[in-house]
Design a protein around this ligand. Sequence first.
Ligand SMILES: [Zn+2]
Length: 468
Amino acid sequence: MSPRFRHFRTLHLLILSLGLLSFTSCDRIKTKVKSLANELKNPVPAKKPLTSAEEEAMNKTLDDPKIFDPNAPHPKAAATAEETPDPSEPAVEVNKSASVAILGYHDFRDRGGSPMLIAEPKFRQQMEAIRDSKIPVVALSDMLAWKRGEKNIPEECIVITMDDGWEGVYQYAYPILKEMGFPFTVYLYKKYVNIGGRSMKWEQIKEMMEHGCEVASHTVSHEMLTKKGTRTDAEYQLWLLNELKDSKEFLEQHLGKPVLSIAYPYGNHNEMIEQLAQQVGYQAGVTVANNKVAWDTPNAKLGRYIIHGEQDSNFRLATSFHSRGELGNAKSIAVDAKDDKGEQLVQLSPAPNSTITDRRPVIEANLLRLGSIVPESLRLRVGGYGMVPAEFDPKTFVLRYQLPSKLRRDECNVTLLFKRNIETPEEMVTWRFKVDLQAAYLPQVAEGGAPAPSKEMGEERKTVGDKK
Ligand SMILES: [Zn+2]
């Protein structure tokens, strides 16, 4: 499967339902599609007749030969065809431990606040906190490029998004974001673009696009996508298709930029909607679930932290990364950072992103290549244990810590903070490794037995095991 759609299970539901192609990979879907096709052949009278506008929209969609053409270029591919790398070139070594917090805002005013409305001074305060924390803000498109394996993003970073297209975005948020140099994405829905009142105008949107703003879809009507209402199955499918596809094309036609993602209204979505979204060319869908985006988070459901105007709790949650607590100041260095000679700057064990079987590993960092270190500045933090008393050998520059008990989770995050010199800023390296909990139940590593040999620590691990 193409890495672009690694997280999507391609489904030709629509193609099939319209009888334009005739293959599928899933029986459950086959059955569903058959019933849909029958319904289209012998339509059940709709409880609520379609309005002529809806009908027109459907017909327009169905008349478009491109949507069902499997050879139609992917919008992203088309937009960047000239910069597509030679496939023989090696891909970027992607940082799979990066973590992204997507913030979701709505409307802005000069003062006051409500769940969906934030006062300008409060927004400024939040953006200044991000700037001062040195947590980088990246464009949503960069995050998607990272998910495609095409580029790296910082170990911990933030993406800023705003839904609905309120003029308050242009009036209050945009000047602050421009001042900070933060990229951001606005999710617009077709029925609320450039229609007067408090909706944003095309000129305002285009001006923001000159200064770090990306535009993405929030559907046509902003209705809940999972709500079928009185529509028949076939009508519902076509309505959904229109909500997803027409909104995308509308923005692309007016703004001349590919629309890569969709924000499901009210965060409401299901597997069928996710697949349909992928089918019409979206690379990602964002929700309102308060969680960070990791390398393996499915693209169709990227969590966002919705920031409320009258309380900070979601903002604090979003900007807390495992390595630093709330908005720390340490400068992050990548786990695979190299020195001038191309040598790995910091050697870590268990190796970043590896899977170990010993649930009581020694955590080790060889800092020799850093050149100098202030021993008192060394702080090691292990997920589940907090700050731990690691031992540092000033002769070898090796920091070691034997976990006092078995790891109980299948993943462990480790952060090492240090200063190379008293006057230089604090730096940190963060990594995670996985723990094969199942291995604990295999005979050779049963309670009291000898630990299984491990790929990561090899002979050394055995020695450590013997000591306990
Ligand atoms: Zn909305």
